[in-house]
Write a protein that binds this ligand. Structure first.
Ligand SMILES: [Zn+2]
Length: 318
């Protein structure tokens, strides 16, 4: 994330696994994309941009689609890896209706990005800066985006009463090294009772202890145990990074949630986008300095820390 220029992948890399919902083999190929294209899912001759307006379901995973219907499910972990590792533009080609679940984390996609390599492009990196708080309550869940000059930060709290998961909290400042080390390996999780219900409804047919941390009432059922003591809340952070990648640009802001999930993440992002006074597009100045400075343009009125100035063009992301 230190680059002030946009980045993409140097080459294409394919990752193959099974779809968590179908249980059948699927592949995803991530590769280079032009400046200002963001993340675009493709399959055959159809493509869907990874933006909030493409979200058509958030029940068990984030599902993207268009007027033709659902296009790709379980988009969030590959998006988290791309955004988390500081990639701005990429094509994400799928050969089936979902991205492979792999081990339930973003680590296999981070490995793929490492194999592809990241290259800088000849355009300044653009961000969406949160200008005022937006808040959403959904049942017992609460989420908000607030202005935050230091980049992107997530503060999450989860509370699973009557479960060994219990209450966990995590605060995360996004940069590629921290994402790789502290977040990318955290796996999807669930409770045995919920998984059984999903199976009988025909969902999550590919879910297993190979790609999910599963708890019963008293303990974790995976023989290898947890990757982090607080792996569940870290996975929620991973999902936030992936779900908020649907802003279309990296965010400068603070995301807070309590008992959140895909539905809440999407609702908060949608609320932000709907209020044109709540955000603006800014672009990075070059070079990025060691210490954040306030940069100003003669006719601008930027007061953002971090070496950014207000974009000289109108916001074009919705
Ligand atoms: Zn997830």
């Amino acid at each position: 994330m230190k680059s002030s220029r946009q980045t993409t992948l140097r080459s294409q890399v394919t990752v193959t696994g099974i779809g968590v919902h179908s249980g059948t083999p699927v592949s995803v190929t991530i590769g280079p994309a032009d400046i200002n294209s963001g993340f675009v899912f493709t399959r055959a001759d159809r493509e869907v941009a990874a933006i909030a307006a493409s979200v058509i379901a958030t029940d068990f995973a984030t599902v993207l689609g268009d007027h033709q219907g659902a296009f790709v499910s379980t988009a969030e972990h590959v998006l988290a890896a791309l955004r988390g590792m500081g990639v701005d533009n990429a094509t994400i080609e799928v050969d089936g209706p979902e991205v492979p679940i792999m081990d339930g984390s973003a680590a296999p996609f981070v490995d793929a990005i490492d194999r592809a390599g990241i290259v800088q492009q000849n355009a300044a990196r653009r961000f969406i800066e949160v200008l005022k708080p937006v808040q959403v309550e959904l049942g017992e869940s609460f989420g908000e985006l607030r202005p935050y000059a230091g980049g992107f930060r997530a503060e999450l709290e989860i509370d699973f009463a009557n479960s060994p998961i219990g209450r966990q909290a995590y605060a995360f400042d996004l940069d590629a090294d921290s994402f790789r080390r502290d977040i990318s390996r955290a796996r999807t999780f669930g409770c045995m009772g919920d998984v059984t219900k999903l199976w009988s409804a025909g969902y999550a047919l590919g879910a297993s202890l190979e790609n999910s941390v599963v708890f019963d009432e008293t303990r974790v059922l995976n023989t290898e145990g947890l990757r982090y003591a607080d792996e569940c809340v870290r996975h929620k952070v991973l999902d936030v990074v992936g779900d908020l990648a649907l802003a279309g640009l990296p965010l400068i802001g603070l995301y807070r949630s309590v008992r959140g999930g895909h539905k809440l993440n999407h609702a908060v992002l949608t609320a932000l986008m709907a209020d044109r006074h709540a955000w603006r597009v800014v672009e990075a100045t070059e070079p990025v300095l060691e210490r954040p400075v306030v940069a100003r343009r003669a006719r601008g009125h930027a007061d953002v820390a971090g070496g950014m100035v207000a974009a000289a063009f109108a916001p074009d992301v919705s």
